[in-house]
Design a protein around this ligand. Sequence first.
Ligand code: ADP
Length: 500
Amino acid sequence: MRRKPRVLFATSEAVPFMKTGGLGDVAGSLPKELKQSGVEVRVIMPKYKKIDEKYTKRMKHVCDFYMPLGWRNVYCGIEKLTHKGVVYYFVDNEYYFGRDNAYGYFDDGERIAFFSKAIVECLQYLPDFKCDILHCNDWHTALSTVFLREFYNGMEGYSNIKTIFTVHNLKFQGQMSDSVLSDILALDYNKAAADQLRTDGASVNFMKGALCYSDLLSTVSETYAEEIQTDFFGENMQDIYRRRKDVLYGIMNGIDQDEYDPSKSKALKAHFTIDDMEGKRKCKEELQKELGLEVNDSIPLITMCGRLTQQKGLDLVKHVFGEIMDLPVQFAVLGTGDREYEDMFRSFAERYPGKVAACLTFNEPLSHRLYAGGDMLLMPSLFEPCGLSQMIAMRYGTLPIVRETGGLKDSVIPYNKYTGEGTGFSFANYNAHEMLFTIQKAVKLYYEDRTSFDRLIKQAMSCDFSWKAAAEKYIEMYKRLHPELWQQEKPKKTTTKKGR
Ligand code: ADP
């Protein structure tokens, strides 16, 4: 190899600095694995006010500049921190990022456009990093691919940069009013760009820009890569995906196996391994105590952990919750999200004291305890690009009950009572009773055939959800963009003097 390929991984969140969902996990662990596989990868993200002081204290100022954003000229600072061997750049602007949350503000369009432009603009100021590949993730960084081609092409150091755009969730696209085009992006005069950014002539769609402008596209499981080419899952982007399917990859996420390790997670009171499961029993007891559930090892505990939105299949749960409660089970949910679903779980917890617990907060350590202390994890998603919760659950010996969609289909092997195969339970249709039957099947196995249930646990815990396989596939994409960086250098000709 001539020199290491240099990738800038652009994301709006990364563990341990900021996390609101799966993207934070991915950006916190994939770069580490890529680095170990020989890619010089650096991460860039906003410097949020909420980043823990123990990290901000260690950040070093790299550069600052003023950058045009529509009619504005805005300040941008770049800070740097090396964490677990990976260099992180933080985009600093107090007006945009000095707020309590990462998203959810009236001016998100402007904040995100600022971040996306800063990613590209800063490349000329970074003293020790020249970018070969800009790897953007989700709508928060989608515009970088557009800005790169429209404003920076031809400038020194920019022309050879190739782009990848990875979609972690197609539902969130950054749909803005048309005025953004002139007011913030300054692209209204550019018909080609405007056409690729507009969806219906009346609004601007940041993600659509990236789907048109990026050299390669990917998403986070093979099944989801197929699904998004269909009308049902495509969220109005299916035509672009179908047209560009030759550059579309489906790469299943991994999980950080050090972070999610039942033998050493600091959040747990007891630890366990596949060969010594005693600690899991203790974890269940502690969890039941913590959540105010009846402390009883023999009752199966069904858990849910994640955003409480329609995507996660909560309408199915709502529809048959009474019937689930007719079973001898306990139910615990950890999540935040739509008011409707938060209220729903609050009322279930009131109606079934000691049997149902609802923790409507974002609590990382508690999530570990939930994964470790549960017997089953319910994830009946309407759609699921990849899903991490089911993989974390399997690693903690908790069997997932999932709908066969996206990454859930790719990561959970359904129980087959004839062969004994399986790492969980699954159902195909988005139908509340199909979900209920599957839960009943799992509960029946728990009570009536503990040997088979325990074998499934061992099979689930033996799955390899490391990032290794995914990193290799991303490297295949990088190679396709810059094959010359992987070609072996030709051995130098050695001239030998001919003797007489
Ligand atoms: P999504 O990215 O759609 O939110 P994923 O399953 O891919 O869903 O990832 C969700 C991640 O966020 C998992 O690591 C999960 O444990 C974590 N998580 C979600 N909600 C909470 C919560 N309320 N408290 C702690 N962790 C949470």
